[in-house]
Design a protein around this ligand. Structure first.
Ligand code: SAM
Length: 242
């Protein structure tokens, strides 16, 4: 399996000196030798062949490799849920090709992550996304934002021309897959899912007023971590990404 190393875009250069952590990972953990070939990715979609040079403790970058994914995409806005289960959602969302993950602080969330705590958790989720991108061969690392209120996330989506699709177990008319099938695959989507206790009616009314569509994932009630991942997999399959 190809060794893959994430490198921030501003560090990309023909000769790329390694940090101590990177040297430790490549030499001590992976036990790579002089001249070993690896792949470097910048988290924005760029990936390069690179050769390890032990003499100057650097990587020599070679050709830029073909892009693996197109710019249009699907983002996920899952509500905060208990017991670190959002860690799992971030990891799976990255594997399934999410462009961004925007954790939501909803009215019924048992978990509250305000201020500092939200920032700390965001840093942890971003690391999880980076590790998952490295593992699954993506050159793109989804941005994970700090927890935000549903309303502000939906306003941002509307202003960016993204279609917000709210998973709502009491929706009886519109199925998620029928809606996704009817949308131009180039349109950016934001899949929004609720916490263990679901969305409040007032949140649903506000979401609809902000242009979001509400959809059903079928008759079974899925757990709060299952619903967003199931929906993302369906959307990616229907849009030819899987
Ligand atoms: N409050 C609900 C109840 O107790 O009956 C269940 C909420 S469910 C565990 C958590 C979230 O998953 C919901 O807010 C919704 O976003 C999503 N969800 C689960 N099953 C769904 C379904 N069949 N259709 C649409 N969304 C679903």
């Amino acid at each position: 399996m190809t060794t893959r190393l994430p490198i921030a875009p501003e560090r990309i250069a023909d000769t790329l000196p390694l940090t101590n952590d990177e040297r430790h990972y490549l030499l001590d953990v992976l036990r790579l030798g002089d001249g070993a070939e690896i792949e470097v990715f910048d988290g924005l979609g760029g990936r390069y062949l690179a050769r390890l040079s032990l003499v100057n403790g650097a990587l020599s970058l070679g050709e830029r490799l073909a892009e693996l994914e197109n710019a249009s995409g699907v983002s996920l806005a899952p509500a905060l849920i208990k017991n670190d289960r959002l860690d799992w959602v971030v990891e799976k969302a990255t594997e399934l090709g999410a462009m961004r993950v925007l954790p939501l602080q909803c009215d019924n969330c048992v978990v509250r992550l305000d201020g500092n705590k939200g920032g700390q958790r965001q840093a942890r989720w971003q690391k999880i996304a980076q590790a998952a991108s490295r593992q699954c061969g993506r050159a793109f690392i989804p941005e994970v934002t700090a927890p935000a209120r549903l309303e502000s996330v939906l306003e941002r989506a509307r202003d960016a021309g993204e279609l917000a699709i709210v998973l709502f177990e009491r929706e009886v008319e519109q199925s998620f897959s029928d809606l996704v099938r009817s949308i131009d695959p180039k349109r950016q989507l934001l899949i929004v899912s609720g916490p263990e206790g679901g969305f409040r009616e007032e949140e649903i009314a506000k979401a609809r007023a902000l242009g979001a569509r509400t959809v059903s994932l079928g008759k079974r009630i899925l757990r709060a971590e299952t619903a967003p991942i199931a929906a993302l997999a369906i959307a990616q399959a229907l849009r030819g990404e899987m």
